[in-house]
Design a protein around this ligand. Structure first.
Ligand code: ATP
Ligand code: MG
Length: 471
């Protein structure tokens, strides 16, 4: 099979290889994506011989210097415009138990391909003049792409034992490409899964990075279900696998909490590429197992799961080493995810909308996106009724918000001024007064306006001083 590689870098680098007597192949993810029909800005090159030396020659030709050199792995990195080119000497790897850093030896083309994680990642295409566009496919990766199969080129157990991160990669590729994991590979994942967290062979950061990449695929439920079915979820995120089998009220949900959650994550992923919104969808019901109670006549209840769920987040963020800057956002969405539901009724007062708008602040739109994704009923009548309710809630909130300008809400009279007017030192009292002003605005007693707030402050100051003089 001969392919037409259009990429101008590959042509130019191929010429440089000919001029300098190097044999060079494009390999790995680039070839996989090329065959699938996805264009890739990451180019992995394999060089027979000294890959770093060749990388230097190429960098020179482009009047650039290498962006990174890893002598131990015989690899080098060169960024040209928006392309990231990795040069690697063809190599064999042998692993010592307890480390995923292999001992590296130079090798030929097929030996290099055999050390790669999956057959779909173990193909090469020649870029020298005499073999430009020719596919080298010792492990039948092409066929596996056609059949949508993830499988290891060599013995899967050994492959995962050598580098357990490949377990996460298998599931990520399955989710990203919507491929099946071949049975023997699947069984090996199940068997070797504990290696992921054993002996600190794989860092938490790498596991988390793969996990978040799974969450960023078009249909994350594919990967999340595989994580669950292989038992990997139990090891890396047990709070999520605990959702499986947690029954819910049949009149609202036809699935257990785990499968409901998968649907919510898929729903939200169709609407948003915001990783943390997707993460919030994943964890929105995380405290359901802990709050589950059967009440005669009502069925299963989960009172307070939104608050407990929000409180569980910090520990989870720490354990998964997630960036703490996103903690507050996720906590907020989990905490508020039920709040819009009762607001669709006719008799709801403006103050309820004001409060939600104030609590959600800038994240109101995301909260409503989460609420909509949370509707997973099979009953189309119910779905359209619930959707319509959120339509109403959103409209009303926007109306109230427009009226009050409540985004990023806080008292229009600030702490400094409160202290000055009331003759107070910094401390709890100032905060209490500020809170009182905010409450008055939320309740609609005064407008969200500086003059009205100041007038109100003078009024409560008098009350405050009266109380003081009485005591
Ligand atoms: P993507 O860039 O979309 O994550 P990729 O397949 O290009 O996918 P990279 O991490 O860029 O992944 O690696 C490039 C190639 O190196 C892979 O296609 C694979 O052949 C090989 N490779 C990467 N990581 C491993 C690993 N842990 N074990 C074995 N081979 C690997
Ligand atoms: Mg890549």
């Amino acid at each position: 099979m001969k392919y037409k590689l259009e990429n101008t870098y590959l042509k130019k680098i191929g010429n440089i290889a000919d001029e300098n007597n190097f044999k060079v192949f494009v390999v790995g993810g680039y070839v996989r994506d090329f065959i699938i029909g996805i264009s890739d800005k990451d180019i992995d090159l394999m060089i027979l011989g000294d890959g770093i030396k060749f990388a230097e020659i190429v960098a020179n030709k482009y009047n650039k210097s290498l962006d990174a050199v890893y002598k131990n792995f015989e690899t080098a990195l060169l960024n040209i415009e928006d392309h990231q080119i990795e040069f690697a000497s063809a190599r064999k790897e042998s692993y010592e138990r307890g480390s995923r850093k292999p001992h590296v030896e130079s090798a030929d083309l097929n030996e290099d391909l055999s050390r790669r994680d999956f057959t779909i990642n173990a193909m090469a295409i020649g870029i020298n003049k005499d073999n430009f566009g020719i596919l080298y496919d010792e492990y039948k990766g092409f066929e596996d792409i056609q059949n949508k199969i993830i499988k290891t080129p060599l013995d899967p157990e050994k492959t995962f034992d050598d580098d357990p991160l490949r377990i996460m990669r298998a599931i990520r590729f399955a989710s990203k490409l919507n491929f099946k994991i071949e049975e023997k590979t699947f069984e090996a994942i199940k068997k070797m899964r504990k290696r992921l967290t054993e002996d600190k062979v794989v860092s938490q950061e790498r596991i988390t990075k793969e996990f978040l990449q799974i969450l960023m695929t078009d249909k994350p439920s594919v990967g999340l279900e595989l994580l669950y079915k292989t038992g990997v979820m139990d090891i890396i995120f047990p709070e999520i696998s605990a959702l499986e089998g947690v029954e819910q009220r049949k009149d609202f949900h036809h699935k257990d909490v785990f499968y409901h959650t998968l649907m919510v994550v898929d729903n939200i992923s169709r609407k948003s590429d915001n990783l943390w919104l997707r993460f919030a969808a994943l964890v929105h019901d995380i405290a359901k197992p802990a709050t589950k109670k059967f009440i005669e006549g009502t069925g299963w209840t989960f009172h307070g799961h939104e608050e407990l769920g929000a409180r569980m987040m910090k520990k989870i963020f720490i354990k998964l080493k997630l960036p703490m800057s996103n903690l507050e956002y996720v906590e907020k969405l989990v905490r508020l995810h039920l709040r819009p539901i009762p607001l669709a009724k006719e008799e709801v007062k403006d103050s309820a909308f004001r409060r939600l708008a104030a609590d959600a602040g800038e994240d109101l739109v995301d909260l409503l996106t989460l609420c909509r994704a949370d509707i997973t009923s099979k009953n189309t009548e119910k779905v359209s009724k619930f959707m319509n309710n959120y339509e109403i809630v959103e409209k009303k909130i926007l109306e109230v918000q427009e009226k009050d300008e409540l985004r990023n809400f806080q008292s229009p009279v600030r702490g400094d001024e409160i202290r000055e007017i009331c003759g107070l030192k910094p401390g709890r009292e100032v905060g209490m007064i500020k809170h009182k002003i905010e409450e008055a605005i939320l309740e609609g007693e005064i407008k969200n306006d500086y003059d009205e707030a100041k007038e109100y402050l003078y009024k409560i100051k008098a009350e405050l001083l009266n109380i003081r003089s009485e005591t």
